[in-house]
Write a protein that binds this ligand. Structure first.
Ligand code: PHB
Length: 390
């Protein structure tokens, strides 16, 4: 009898242990260096999600472990992901600001039995590299397609395209060109700059010399975008009447104070504006601003991370905390919720987020602060780049 009771107690303890684990989430992003603010926005989004929803899913406790990857560095990205899986025993990998860093991790997911929830990296093809990838950010195909119609509607027929020469830049160039030609417009020249470019004056000269009425541009948000938009203003392109068209990476809210009045009126298309008017966004902005320390530092990686955590919580719930990457991913296919950015869902086929894309205009508020004001909505946009990526 005594032995039986002991065995029963042991069984209860064991089963409780199996259902009350600490579930570790490994997040890789730029937390130091020139792109540190982008990484801090990942953390602010994650902290905001956990402040609002708690750190428990059922009986399981969620713990987030961060690893710093200051610049695009695929080899280091893979090494960090492997260390998180093997040593830290994370059940989920998440974050990843730059495309090459996300790409480098896709080959290890199956063996590691780990889903990858991408909170930023925006090249369409990433989701095709592993069935265990889910993305809650955007693609540059998704954000650069609607701006072509905006350019056409502004009476512009000749545009020069300037992008960073890597995945999301090439996607942005292709997306804009396809959509602009459909409108009857023409891309007169397409420049691809090395990712490391920080002197934009020669590019500005080429834009002037091209005879184009407008420029389409994509660079990854950070010191890069700030430098590019400043150069556009300071080299007299704006004064010369050359119109500026871009996805919202180019006018992220945290860059606006440094751009000042020169940025007023710039129109971009994007999945998120900090100013988005909804109860969900109000709660999010309050929690994320508290986490990062100041509302002025908030930018789009925070919302990608916030929604990424929502997906991970659903995965933990569906697997009861047990490590089963395929079951976890299956559980979020078709998942629909109201994000701070608006209504969203995970497309079951691509595992990429379907969302509204907004046309926004840089505007000065009564209190002197600058913001992206939403002026038009392109509803329920999937990823037009997926067909090209396959
Ligand atoms: C990317 O590398 O995929 C990337 C980074 C920053 C952006 C957009 C895309 O703003």
């Amino acid at each position: 009898m005594k032995r039986f009771v002991l065995a029963a107690v042991a069984a209860v303890v064991m089963s409780t242990a199996a259902y009350a684990d600490t579930i570790k989430v490994g997040v890789v992003g730029p937390f130091s260096g020139p792109f540190a603010l982008q990484g801090k926005n990942f953390k602010a989004g994650i902290d905001a999600y956990m402040a609002i929803n708690g750190n428990k899913v059922g009986d399981n406790t969620v713990e987030v472990i961060y690893r710093d990857l200051p610049a695009a560095d695929p080899a280091q990205s893979k090494a960090l992901a492997q260390e998180l899986v093997v040593k830290e025993k994370v059940q989920y990998l998440a974050g990843f600001y730059f495309t090459p860093d996300a790409m480098a991790v896709t080959p290890i997911l199956k063996q590691a039995n780990t889903p990858l929830v991408i909170m930023n990296a925006a090249t369409s093809a990433i989701v095709t590299k592993s069935p265990l990838v889910v993305r809650t950010s955007f693609t540059t195909w998704q954000t650069s397609t609607p701006i072509a119609k905006v350019a056409h509607d502004a009476g512009v027929s000749k545009v020069i395209s300037v992008v960073s020469d890597y995945g999301p830049g090439v996607d942005a160039e292709n997306a804009f060109k396809a959509a602009f030609e459909k409108e009857g417009g023409q891309v007169v020249e397409a420049i691809r700059m090395p990712l490391s470019t920080n002197d934009f004056s020669p590019i500005m000269q080429r834009i002037k010399d091209s005879g184009a009425q407008g420029v389409f541009a994509f660079l990854p948000s950070g010191p890069t975008t700030l430098g590019f938009v400043k150069a556009y203003n300071e080299n007299g392109l704006k004064a010369a009447g050359i119109k500026f068209f871009a996805p919202g990476d180019l006018t992220q809210e945290s860059d606006l104070p440094a751009l000042g009045d020169a940025a007023l009126g710039i129109q971009t298309t994007f999945h998120y504006a900090v100013s988005h008017d909804s109860p969900e966004n109000k709660a999010f902005v309050e929690a994320a601003a508290k986490a990062i320390g100041s509302k002025a530092e908030l930018s789009f990686p925070a919302v990608g991370a916030y929604d990424g955590m929502n997906v991970i919580y659903k995965m933990i719930e569906a697997t009861g905390g047990k490590q089963d990457a395929a079951k976890a991913v299956e559980a979020v296919k078709g998942l629909t919720w109201v994000s701070p950015r608006g209504p969203v869902s995970i497309d079951p086929e691509s595992r990429h987020i379907t969302q509204n894309i907004y046309l926004r205009e840089v505007t000065k508020a009564d209190d002197g602060t600058y913001y992206n004001k939403e002026v038009q909505t392109f509803e329920k946009q999937g990823d037009p780049g997926l067909a090209a990526a396959k």
